[in-house]
Design a protein around this ligand. Sequence first.
Ligand code: AMP
Ligand code: MG
Length: 414
Amino acid sequence: MTQSTDGCFQSNLLSVEEAQSFLLANARQLAEVQTVETAASLGRVLAASTISPIDVPGYDNSAMDGYAVRSEDVAPSGTTRLAISQRIAAGREGGALEQGQAARIFTGAPMPAGADAVVIQEHCRVEGSLVCFPGPVRSGQNVRPQGNDIAGGTEVLSAGTRIRPQEMGLAASVGLATLPVFRRLRVAVLSSGDELIRPGERLGSGKIYNSNQYLLFGLLAGLGCALSDRGTVGDELAATEQALRQAAEEADVIVTSGGVSVGEEDHMRHAVARLGRLDLWRIAVKPGKPLAYGQVQDADFFGLPGNPVSALVTFCLFVRPFLLRRQGVTKVMPRSFRVKAGFAWQKLGVRREYLRARLVQHGDGEWRAEAFPRQGSDVLSSAVWADGLVEIPEGRRYAVGDDVSFLPFSELLG
Ligand code: AMP
Ligand code: MG
């Protein structure tokens, strides 16, 4: 691709992949590391791999409520009778099991020395001080061996992992009360447009409520970013420059919406070009062809289109992977899944289209993606109705029942 003096890429449209890989290559990973309580680590990004100092479990223990036995004492057929010598609850330690003895044992309790199997209580009958059950019993049955979950000295969580509830639980299981994480990425959000009114204020004629600011708050909060609300700036160059300068002072990344097209009321790109550097990309994507990326002082800059659905789609496709990589995350690309088309698509597009779609299960159990009837980039209700996006590659037609690629919102948000 070639770049002209005003920062616009000429000639062909950039493909989605070209834009994504360029952005990922430019995402400088945060360096500052903090220590947080494991209990408060949800959504944070692990800055170093963690090694377990212990085996989990730390000792052989019973997987069931029942009787711990020595399998060699059990007859291969018929009933075996053993003397109940002790009772071992979870958290207690028993004594050694002698030949001919069984221990009453509960789930999680340590196996007594000598015992190698547990007979579940449903298979046992107690007769006075004896326990009776049918053989055979296999050595190791219903026993969880030491280190069954985790072997001490091995890596349990790798650097670059976004911490989910299960990572919190696993870290706790190896005794880690705190975890090293990258500091939060600070992201400033700024809307551009004379027509924008904040919800809660009176809507005058020719005005609309600012939805993108709130949409972006949600998107960024889902990624664990620290938000800075820079409000709205009017369609005026000096004010836009001033707002960007303030945003750059407190944020690592600035995300704006509106004002990045080539109309004479669009000042965002000129303001960015004056304060730093700007590339205005024409990406082969619909909705959302224009996307501005650059630098305002030390902050990264993304100028999203003003139409809310375009802002949502370009954020999910381009800004989200960038922000994740910037935060140190290893796995940043969303996964798509193959489902059947519940609609026909006849138009041969030159841009890749992302349709707002809902999954509907048919009588045969198959999931079909139904497309929202109004796919305009101003129709935000399409995204509320939808479960995700169907990806229609450039130059493809589809009939009902054909395989299509579906990106669930669960892969795109958060
Ligand atoms: P622009 O990119 O500024 O030309 O805006 C394109 C369209 O998106 C126009 O209809 C704007 O009114 C609308 N728009 C811009 N910013 C917002 C916003 N923050 N919330 C809702 N709609 C917006
Ligand atoms: Mg505008």
